[in-house]
Design a protein around this ligand. Structure first.
Ligand SMILES: Nc1ncnc2c1ncn2[C@@H]1O[C@H](COP(=O)(O)OP(=O)(O)OP(=O)(O)O)[C@@H](O)[C@H]1O
Ligand SMILES: O=P(O)(O)OC[C@H]1O[C@H](OP(=O)(O)OP(=O)(O)O)[C@H](O)[C@@H]1O
Length: 215
């Protein structure tokens, strides 16, 4: 039997992903050592391999088949636009992609003015304004702390993730429009789904019954 390889996003989603897999009997004790610098972990009995990578790289590993299965946020899937199958909503990591800014920027979204939009997600922002709203905008790519942009005058609005809304509130900003809801998703390599169909189907069925039981 060949190894089934999982690419998991490190950061916010990692713990919950491992906890979910553990509940359906997919474990990797090696990974729990907090001091390890190892990058790849193996469960020999179950013929499984796991690695943690930057969230934005998960779809890349899965598209090329370096991982059969990945777990990553819907935001990253949309932004990266890779060829893969999104097979399941895992129901955690829930948040929203939103257009945010100061209250006064609401007008600018109505008037169809050419505005500047800062975002860590330039493709999602471009798609929303060009294809869904038909508003011509200038997109400015940032790498984090995006809420700064409208405060210091880099852009009129931002497209960013909102969970509790506290980052916005503490900076005098608000949600102006919602782009889409987000959560963690399981993605599968297109060839792996055919070649390892039985094992992957079983995994999805186990996850499905667990998630439905919890809901
Ligand atoms: N409040 C939140 N802020 C950001 N992401 C969230 C939030 N809640 C859930 N998520 C989900 O968690 C994912 C990973 O977030 P995390 O902050 O770990 O990574 P990142 O910000 O993409 O990485 P980095 O900080 O290295 O750029 C996001 O892609 C999103 O799907
Ligand atoms: O609505 P909230 O609960 O406040 O969460 C949303 C905030 O959290 C994320 O930032 P993150 O902590 O990942 O830092 P970053 O902006 O540097 O990416 C996101 O980009 C928002 O800034």
């Amino acid at each position: 039997m060949r190894y089934l390889t999982f690419a998991l996003a490190k950061g916010r989603l990692a713990k919950k992903t491992l906890a979910l897999l553990e509940q359906i009997g997919i474990t990797c004790d090696e990974m729990k050592d907090p001091d390890t610098r190892k990058l790849i972990f193996v469960n020999e009995e179950m013929k499984l391999k796991f690695f943690l990578s930057k969230a934005t790289d998960v779809p890349t590993y899965v598209e090329y088949g370096a991982a059969d299965i990945g777990v990553v946020g819907k935001d990253t899937i949309l932004e990266e636009g890779r060829n893969l199958y999104e097979v399941m909503d895992l129901g955690f990591g829930k948040c929203r992609m939103c257009v945010c800014g100061p209250h006064k920027a609401k007008e600018l979204l109505k008037k169809n003015e050419i505005i500047r939009v800062a975002s860590k997600y330039p493709n999602i922002a471009k798609d929303y304004f060009n294809n869904q709203k038909n508003q011509t905008v200038e997109i400015i790519k940032l790498n984090g702390s995006v809420e700064l942009a409208p405060i210091v005058g880099l852009s009129e609005v931002i497209v960013d993730i909102v969970e509790t809304g506290s980052t916005l509130r503490e900076n005098g900003l608000e949600v102006l429009e919602e782009v889409c809801p987000l959560s963690a998703r399981m993605v599968v390599n297109q060839v792996s789904l055919k070649m390892e169909n039985e094992r992957i189907r079983k995994l999805l069925a186990d996850l499905n019954s667990l998630i439905n039981k919890e809901a």
